[in-house]
Write a new protein. Sequence first.
Lengths: 193, 676
Amino acid sequence: MNWKRALIAATAAIPLILLLAWGFSRNPGDIPSPLPGKPAPLFALGVFAPGQPPLERKVGDTLRLEDFRGKVVVLNFWASWCLACREEHVALSDAARRYTGKPVQFLGVLFNDRAPPAIDWISEMGGQSYPSVMDPGAHVAVDFGLYGVPETFFIDVTGRVARKQIGPASDVVLNHVIDSLLAAGAQTPVAAR
Amino acid sequence: MTGLLAHDALLVSLGIILLGIIAAPVAVRRNRRDLIALAYGAVYTNFLLVSIATLCMIVALVSHDFSISYVAQVGSRSTPLFYTIISLWGALEGSILFWAWVLSMYSAVAVWINRKREGNLIPYTAVALLSVAFFFGVLLIGPANPFKPVSPVPLDGPGPNALLQNHILMAIHPPLLYLGYVGMSVPFGFAVGAMLSGEVTNDAWITLSRRWTMGAWAFLSAAIIAGMWWSYEVLGWGGYWAWDPVENASFMPWLTATAYLHSVVVQERRGMLRLWNLNLVMGTFVLTVLGTFLTRSGIISSVHSFTQGTIGYYFLAFIALVLVGALAMVAGNSERLRTTGRFDSAASRETIFLLNNLFLTAFMFTVLVGTLFPLVAEMRGAKVSVGPPFFNRMTLPVIAALIFLMGVGPALPWKSASEAEVKAKLGPPFIAAFVSAALAFAIGVRPPYALAAFFFVGYALFANFREYWIGVSARMKAHGESIPVALGRLVRANNRRYGGYVAHVGVLLVALGIAASSAFRAEREVTLKPGESMSVAGQTVRLKGLAGRQEPQRAVIAATMEVMKGDKVIATMEPRMNYYATSSAPVATPQVRSTIKGDLYLTLMAFPQDGSNATIKMIVQPLIPWMWFGGGVIVLGALICMLPVYRRKDVPVVAVPPALQPTSPPALEPQLVDAP
């Protein structure tokens, strides 16, 4: 074994390893929306799970996207049969509570699921702080180009889709995206909207 | 219950693996054969334990045990049993488990076959293979644990990814791919074993690693073709290759393994390229790991990407270890790998093998650069995707050169050829090449690259068949044998050489299919009302109607299309859209009608709610089935190459002139005619 040669050869591997390591610094799930800069598809969906005070909405109420103009909307598609949705549940529920009083609206959209198992799921998971709506026929999911669950869309104060998170959302991602959208929203004069 | 059992089995196997890794070197140093038995036993036991875990997963999937995370993730009560079983490899964790199982199986077989071999090669090979197994074992109890308990237990799951339960090839392509991909670990094991034991100067490991590479290569070739077929049959765009990172990941090790299978012959016959071959074996394995990393870590976006987690970090650490270790070991041993032979002449088979290796390696690096480039570009702030135009432009000249060499190599003798010999051997195929290109031109091929493809494929096909004919006719003259007998005996006595030519023909058929289908692809997209028809490239189809039906796991909307010949209906086709509960988008399911001349490909693109019309994409492409057939021929060639060594009892082996005496028995190939 010629150790000197071995050492020189081994260092040749370092640039490639560094390149691959750098690849991790990006969040592959955080991809620009397929509707960049375009208005989010409008919807009007009925609440089936009320959420908890102070964020609760009455069951049966119809929530419209245009009602949230001026707020950052966090639209989370989920289902009771979805394993990864369990992972992000606490982060979402906590984040919604944390932003209480700020112009942020969290909304869950149930995807290809029925209300009874979804309500059971919420209570098993210790509750959901914000309301969830039904999407009969998955029409809204199709409008948003949903690929699977969970997926989270971030809609800015002007009603445009700003970002989309594929896969479970984390605290870091939620804080980062919501804060930057709030900051951008504060600079937009309300009259101009 | 099954989850606990499986998890414990994997945990115990980790301990056993460590035991084996420690036992073998100690055994070799202290010359304790009993400890070597312990190391081998660790390999067998690991196979047993991983098999138990895999079996547990299958039982859990079949019994819909949603308390196990992987089942809750890919299982569903409405999925048919068959697709439930094969969802074992449908998502990340299951695929890692399957991977570990294939590796443990291969390792056990490789060690068992060679358990009586003297020397330290096999004990160290066991150490190398166990080390790889250790990595996958860690993944399975850590970041890719498929047996995590789920509580509360869901009542039902989403079922496998819709695309993956839409076609039968999903049952064939992935296992073939794993058998090929993981198979490359075994030659790597032998190479590391040879270096650690100091037996790298002796060619025994080369024979072993060549045989195992051959087998893995056959599986990998079949897997790549099956993958092309799957994407063609399922994805609805009528294509079969998109230079997606996952496709590249399977293709790169195939290129280096192909290079190795050629250059290893040069080492066996002429004692050259020793260091190069070692590099190819190590490189092939590194590329399999790199490919897996790229597609499992999610750092490069691909249609095939698995969901991500922390697994990427583990893979990165593993790659770093393997890469640094491999480079250091090879460089540290490089001085010992002196070449004993030398190149005598430019006009010789070994020169062509060398060129073939250079082109294959250049090919691999081109694909590697194209695959990694988006990452490099993003480092500098630009989002770039490298698509088919880059790959097609960069690789076509290399492919043309390789095809040409496929015709030249078999025709030239070893060492050196006289000018007359070169002319006699390399001249005639040019006639076939011109005829083939002219024929292509006559039927309307115009793109220069396609004409060049027909030219070179014609050359190489003729040259390879001619080698057969030379061999057969020589036997017929010398022994008075009939054609089939002469052919059979020729191949049996020189199976590696003539098996290689069969594989060449397979590759050439695939090349022909690619050239023809891309030069002549014709397509249209038309919205039809029932009774209306459309035509592409002289073929006509008529929409009969549109109907929906419910199947257990999906809803189906199907267009009934009649294939017309004049006024007569000669066939009915049914392109569909399948709606799976858990997928928001329907899965278009094309229908293909194949004849020897080519394919008619129909996809249902869209239809209105009331079903009053249907938008149909119609694609006509010639020679597509030749690619799938060519894939079969490649595998047949590889199987012929793997036939056990054949020794005629009535012919003394000393008949081979001493100068040509091969260094290993299977290389008995210079005799076109049996020795006197």
